[in-house]
Design a protein around this ligand. Sequence first.
Ligand code: MRU
Length: 364
Amino acid sequence: MRVGGQDFRSIWVEEDGATVAIIDQTQLPHRFVTRQLTSLPQAVSAIADMWVRGAPLIGATAAYGVAIAMAEDASDAYLHEACEKLIAARPTAINLAWAVNEMHRLLAPLIPSERQAAAYAAAAAICDEDIAMNSAIGDHGLEIIRAIAAKKPGEPVQIMTHCNAGWLATVDWGTATAPIYKAHEEGIALHVFVSETRPRNQGASLTAWELSNHGVPHTLIVDNSAGHLMSMGGIDMVIVGTDRTTANGDVCNKIGTYLKALAAKDNDVPFYVAAPSPSIDFELADGSHIPIETRSAREVTHMWGRSDQGELLHVRIAPDATQALNHGFDVTPARLVSGLITERGIVAANKDALAQMFPERVVG
Ligand code: MRU
């Protein structure tokens, strides 16, 4: 996607063929800063400290993390250690373990001298596959947007999203944003309501930044206004991403997604989840088994922002003695999901439909 007129992916390999570069998402939207990853600890920090975030990009970064580790030391022991450390960096998004396990499956049978080149090639393939899947999700989701647009000629399609499931959360296109970008490219009038996504504000900082860069009309809303907006009849569809969708179609995504799904159900607003297949965990029967990341209380008690003088400030918004609880994700039950938009097409959020669409992934 484009930043200031230049094409970018969210992760790439520099000209030396070994250094991995990323966009430091903790600096957005105020500064566009790229960082270089040259060691396993840096790759682990990039994921754990959320320089990169979003399920597919975490997976892609972890894949390159294995490659960087193999450039440092291609022994069996270090391959094992690298995979363990990367998987432990964040618990909820299944793409992380999926990508690392793919890398391990491919590299473990090779002799050490073959591992570095094979690892970089495999990580690049994971990135290319991510882009192809998101583009296909975009094509399938575009059909939904086209159908809504056809019913309201002359009026924009009003779409609500949550968190950032855009190109910054993937290698390119995004998952939830891919249909939006494709519809925008096609000239369909649309407008996106972006919920700020407290506490880290991925909606306000990242999704709004992406959409601004692409000229997609959008409005930032506080998370709490989603139900009110839907009840006023102003929203045609909700589309979000997923960090892990289980075999029965339960959807784990950024905290607050569940509330949006409840409000959507109550107001007959279609609620779609853009779900590339690596984010579907066929080993878990339902969402109650998903490990939910608990993050630092400081993300709730404090906020980052830029002063009118251009200074980045970290300020406390709660009393000094107040404790905070910070669950990063919630689970939306499958019954609230209108459909999962996968790279193979739109599928109902239930066990049979998912098994029929991905028979090779079914466990047991
Ligand atoms: O904590 P984050 O910023 O990594 O959470 C990201 C989300 O919840 C996204 O919506 C999800 O990963 C889908 S990304 C295409």
